[in-house]
Design a binder for this molecule. Structure first.
Ligand SMILES: [Zn+2]
Length: 218
């Protein structure tokens, strides 16, 4: 690299420059196979740190990374810009995409957690998620805090919601509810809204018992 004459020899930008040269020019570099071996080169002007620094300057923000605008072209002033690490990972080939949308972006748009997304994807498949996302019929993330006040004082089948009790990870909000029969019990918010729980054990059971059995001959 020659002698170091500038004041930046221990700076972040200097290390960025060294790493860039290394992955393009040093076959022993761990990332060489993705850069130098693929023909990604550093322009001659940037063999000198001062020139590189003059063109790119310091990182505009801490997580900034150098992005090659055209992925097939090398490192040069006209093909490089600073982008956030997040954007950079979205441009990568290995990033998961569904229907042209990056998975992480899709999860953010839906408003689910990553685990909720995985659960639905495993159970119903990505196509189901995409279809319902477009039709805006996906179930909401059930532990969103806005639901807390909306739900209190409302009736869900035989339950009347009295108050909020607690939030439990993986389960969502729990509410104190009063059944039509007068019994008070803790019910998970998701069960109320989805209709999974319609009343206390004996009331919900009674309702089922009175349902006509379609298999039974009349
Ligand atoms: Zn009851």
């Amino acid at each position: 690299m020659g002698q170091v004459t500038h004041q930046k020899s221990y700076s972040k930008i200097y290390r960025t420059w060294i790493a860039m040269l290394s992955r393009c020019r040093n076959p022993n570099d761990n990332n060489y196979k993705h850069y130098g071996a693929r023909g990604i080169q550093v322009c001659e002007r940037w063999y000198t740190f001062e020139n590189f620094y003059e063109d790119m300057g310091d990182h505009p923000f801490y997580w900034a990374q150098i992005d090659r605008i055209d992925n097939e072209k090398g490192y040069s002033p006209d093909n490089c810009r600073w982008i956030s690490a997040k954007e950079n990972s979205r441009n990568r080939r290995t990033t998961k995409r569904h229907g042209g949308i990056v998975q992480q972006e899709l999860i953010e748009k839906i408003g689910w957690t990553k685990n909720q997304f995985r659960w639905y994807a495993k159970r119903y498949g990505i196509d189901w998620i995409l279809e319902n996302f477009k039709a805006d019929t996906l179930p909401l993330r059930y532990n969103m805090p806005v639901n807390k006040d909306e739900i209190i004082g409302k009736t869900f089948s035989k339950w009347y919601v009295l108050s909020f009790i607690s939030y439990k990870r993986g389960e969502g909000n729990r509410y104190l509810c009063r059944c039509q029969c007068g019994l008070e019990k803790e019910v998970v918010g998701y069960y109320l809204r989805s209709g999974k729980s319609t009343g206390c054990h004996s009331c919900a059971y009674k309702r089922q018992k009175n349902k006509p059995n379609p298999k039974k001959p009349i």
